[in-house]
Design a binder for this molecule. Structure first.
Ligand SMILES: Cc1cc2nc3c(=O)[nH]c(=O)nc-3n(C[C@H](O)[C@H](O)[C@H](O)COP(=O)(O)O)c2cc1C
Ligand code: SF4
Length: 517
């Protein structure tokens, strides 16, 4: 019997390893032959540890499973109706019922992440083969027509970035995958690297071919040891099977790839800081221009893209730009991998076409708060993202709709808070986070954030409240306009949104004119 159990770090953290051991032990006791496949996670975290059992070519899922449940599940598998309280039926049907459209995560949870055979059997290498057939210009055209925008935060059009590097004349160019994933409440990059690393590798090979780069680096944070192991095993499999190396799939093209580890500073996710760190220096932000696309790693033209951005490319090539562009909302095409966490009943990864509303995500898909209390605030876009109140739950998840409401989607992290949250404390936390993570290069961010935390402290205890509110607004303005990079420049977002939507938490009456914003 074939059984699939996730070896993704989130699943392992809540006992998937123990469940896999229990399955192997119980099968041995019963003399059952068990083919145990360790997969990535489907991202249905509230159902983890989740196991899937294959019977007559069909998979049936059970979850959340703990070791004592294992004998009962094996008993149920012996029956025709598979009756068991943890029986979830088909995962595919469950994902479809939620409106998920899995492009990036279509293999995650279904395959052995580092099995070359599984990869080929599920359409792997079709994208790169198509790319090699089309040639670099047509690949860049396809990526541009697909409407793909960088998933690392800013939503910059990927085709434009690739064309810039393609057009730069140089003896050496690089593809750098930004796998630093520093935003709070985000885990899509990690899940993809643990659950389907070959799709990222294939995306990097295509990017290299398109822009004329023969060397790639995956800049990975050291806090991701499981992802590192999966990536390394996948890189080895890609070399063994000719996806990487001197003759990519017999095309005569070369592409080499290695992992570089970062120590896990938030600022090392910023692309120029990342490049400094990649080169072995301290991770501080570089002035732009020149852009990395023209003058990046080791002074050479470099494409820096997020994990999800790169992993999307094989599907765009294999299925066609139009099919990707057909999904989405406004100028945000394709799917967004939403990572839902915080105080929420059904946390996990939801891959949805852009355009689903925040309310649908939190209330319908997420099932409301885990505490059962009313939701009060949702922070979207990591530690520098704005806090949205319930009255903004009609906002569609797309880059422009969020920007129009002074928010940002960022990497798609959505963290939910119930009505016990203290929004003044959250605003203070934003300043404190900036102070701790600042690279120190410019004053508004380095000093302003520390002063910001102090000013919020004074407001919270009622010391010269209106003067301090005016001071806070002034400080936010200086940070926004005087910072060299978005760490200092975006910290006012969570602060101002907290003040604007939750003035009562700062000792102001509801509806009072808020000094900031
Ligand atoms: C403070 C800061 C932190 C960032 N952290 C990340 C990160 O962890 N991962 C990421 O992909 N992009 C991060 N970015 C965005 C990168 O600078 C860059 O825009 C991105 O990697 C480009 O890839 P994309 O075009 O695929 O989005 C960060 C930016 C800033 C300002
Ligand atoms: S804004 Fe902050 S993190 Fe960015 S360059 Fe200035 S000091 Fe460094």
């Amino acid at each position: 019997m074939k059984v699939f159990v996730s070896a993704d770090s989130s699943s392992l953290s809540i006992g998937a390893g123990e469940v896999a051991d229990a399955l192997a032990g119980e099968a041995q006791r019963r003399g059952l032959e068990l083919d145990l496949v360790r997969t990535g996670s489907h991202g249905l975290f509230w159902l983890e540890p989740l196991i899937e059992c294959e019977r007559n070519g069909q998979r049936v899922a059970f979850g959340p499973v703990s070791p004592p449940d294992v004998p009962g599940i094996l008993d149920a598998l012996q029956t025709d109706d598979l009756a068991h309280p943890l029986n979830l039926g088909s995962v595919t049907a469950l994902l479809e019922s939620q409106g998920q459209q899995r492009i990036n995560f279509k293999r995650c949870g279904f395959v052995d992440p580092v099995s070359w055979d599984d990869y080929l059997a599920t359409g792997g290498t079709q994208g790169v083969r198509k790319a090699l057939e089309l040639g670099p210009e047509a690949v860049i055209d396809a990526v541009t027509r697909s409407g793909l925008r960088g998933r690392g935060g800013a939503g910059f059009p990927t085709g434009v970035k690739w064309r810039t590097t393609h057009n730069a004349a140089a003896d050496m160019k690089y593809i750098v995958c930004n796998a630093d994933e520093g935003d709070s409440g985000t885990f899509a990059d990690r899940m993809l690297m643990e659950g389907d690393p070959l799709s990222l590798i294939e995306g990097m090979v295509i990017a290299g071919f398109a822009v004329g780069a023969v060397q790639g680096y995956i800049y990975l944070r050291s806090e991701y040891p499981h992802a590192r192991r999966a990536l390394q095993a996948a890189i080895d499999a890609a070399y063994d099977n000719g996806l990487l190396g001197n003759d990519v799939l017999g095309s005569g093209q070369r592409f080499d790839l290695e992992i570089r580890l970062g120590a896990g500073a938030y600022i090392c996710g910023e692309e120029t800081s990342l490049l400094e760190s990649l080169e072995g220096k301290r991770g501080t932000v570089r002035f732009k221009p020149p852009l990395p696309a023209i003058n990046g790693a080791f002074g050479k033209p470099t494409v820096v893209n997020n994990v999800i951005t790169l992993a999307t490319v094989p599907t765009i090539l294999a299925d066609g730009a139009d099919s990707y562009a057909a999904l989405g909302h406004g100028k945000s095409r394709g799917t967004l991998t939403v990572q839902l966490s915080g105080n929420i009943r059904r946390p996990g990864l939801y891959e949805l076409p852009f355009g689903v509303t925040l309310g649908h995500l939190v209330e319908t898909l997420g099932g409301g708060t885990a505490s059962g209390r009313p939701a009060r605030a949702v922070q979207v876009g990591g530690p520098l993202g704005a806090y949205f109140p319930v009255s903004l739950f009609d906002t569609p998840l797309d880059y422009e709709s969020f920007a129009a409401r002074e928010g940002m989607l960022g990497h798609g992290g959505v963290v939910v808070f119930d009505d016990t949250v203290d929004m003044a404390a959250q605003a203070r936390f934003a300043m404190e986070f900036c102070a701790i993570e600042s690279c120190g290069k410019c004053t508004p961010c380095r000093i302003g954030s520390t002063r910001g935390a102090e000013v919020i402290d004074r407001i919270r205890v009622g010391i010269e409240r209106s003067a301090n509110l005016a001071l806070l607004e002034d400080l936010c303005d200086v940070m926004e306009h005087g910072s060299l990079c978005a760490l200092g420049g975006l910290t006012p977002y969570p602060v101002r949104s907290a003040l604007k939507h939750f003035p009562e938490d700062f000792g102001m009456s509801v509806g009072a004119a808020v000094a900031t914003g």
